[in-house]
Design a protein around this ligand. Structure first.
Ligand SMILES: [Zn+2]
Ligand SMILES: [Zn+2]
Length: 342
């Protein structure tokens, strides 16, 4: 079968053996795979210390074609499934440690991620799969990481007592993750202020239901004028400038939810302690979610409450040009690989 491999930062399609599903694993024929900004960061070597060689891709929808021993209690051959936990988790978690039992399997010491969905077939740990109703199409592959991560971030609002009706800024609102967050936070009743750059992207943010869409350059002034500062900022930007902007938009006592992972070369996200004292903010990080979150998200998609915006459908061999477009900010929402065999 064909599979994309990252070799010293270069992409190569390789012919590799079809994986054999191990205990509690299912073999999935990939029908649609999302291209996440994390894949691009990996290929470009943006994160110091993270290798630029190996499998790549971590969002997908597919059909179960074979089962390893024990997987039959979880899925059936022929089921349409979405990989349930994004990149940071989903390959395995122990289910018994402090982190697993408190709903944070991403931190499980024995946990494994999902990596390698840019391939015709992929063997995945079956407890991380969520079966899909027919009403959720293959276009929704990016719910697997982008959607789940956005949903996890929006759920942090309630956990930190930011109530529906309050103003919430989404930084990077037209992107792969932000476009989900705008829809979900609006659906949950928040007054969403979407921040992005350029008219086309802001028009798109408005079309998703945001109360306001504002260019990053004008955001501080507009947000101050309209709200006196937001109750929360969800920062999906992959630049430190977006982090600084998100912190700057908060009203005193606000909630800062970091989601994007800027390149190491962007330097640290730093806060002057006196500004921290004045702002009295709560800072949290949010990555992916749980399998239960994925089930809830699939139900929201089936009910038409959230929808993936697909800017491009490409073949496996076109991944390098998809990366170039993604890097240049040419996509609204997501790009998908829908033909993994050529
Ligand atoms: Zn991702
Ligand atoms: Zn564990």
């Amino acid at each position: 079968m064909k599979a994309m491999r990252l070799e010293d930062g270069e992409l190569h399609i390789r012919d590799v053996p079809v994986p054999e599903p191990g205990p509690e694993e299912a073999l999935v024929r990939i029908t649609s795979a999302g291209v996440c900004h994390s894949d691009l960061h990996l290929a470009r070597g943006d994160w110091a210390g993270v290798p630029r060689t190996g499998r790549i891709g971590h969002e997908a929808i597919g059909v179960v074609t074979a089962l390893g021993p024990g997987a039959e209690r979880l899925v059936n051959a022929g089921d349409r499934v979405i990989l349930g936990l994004g990149g940071a988790g989903g390959g395995y978690w122990c289910g018994a440690c402090e982190y697993c039992l408190s709903g944070r399997p991403r931190h499980c010491a024995r946990g494994k991620g999902i990596l390698g969905t840019f391939a015709e077939q992929f063997a995945v740990w079956a407890p991380s799969l969520v079966t899909l109703p027919d009403s959720v199409s293959d276009d929704e592959a990016s719910l697997a990481c982008g959607g789940l991560t956005a949903y996890g971030a929006v759920k942090k609002l309630l956990r930190h007592q930011v109530l529906p009706g309050r103003p919430v800024a989404v930084i990077g609102a037209a992107g792969g993750l932000g476009h989900y967050a705008v829809q979900l936070a609006t659906e949950f009743g928040y007054e969403v202020i979407g921040v992005d750059v350029g008219k086309e992207r802001l028009d798109f943010v408005r079309s998703l239901g945001a109360r306001l869409a504002v260019d990053a350059a004008d955001a501080r002034e507009v947000v101050q004028q309209e709200t006196g500062g937001v109750d929360a900022a969800l920062v999906f930007s992959s630049r430190i400038a977006g982090f600084n902007l998100g912190f700057g938009l908060l009203r005193p006592g606000g909630l800062f939810v970091a989601v994007g992972l800027p390149p190491t070369s962007d330097g640290p996200f730093s806060i002057n302690p006196f500004e921290f004292f004045v702002k009295d903010a709560t800072l949290v990080y949010s990555a992916v979610g749980t399998v239960q979150d994925m089930r809830e998200l699939v139900a929201l998609a089936a009910a038409g409450k959230v929808e993936s915006h697909v800017s491009r459908r490409a073949k496996l061999s076109e991944l390098p040009s998809v990366f170039d477009d993604l890097e240049a900010g040419r996509y609204l929402g997501r790009a998908l690989l829908t033909d993994l065999a050529s």
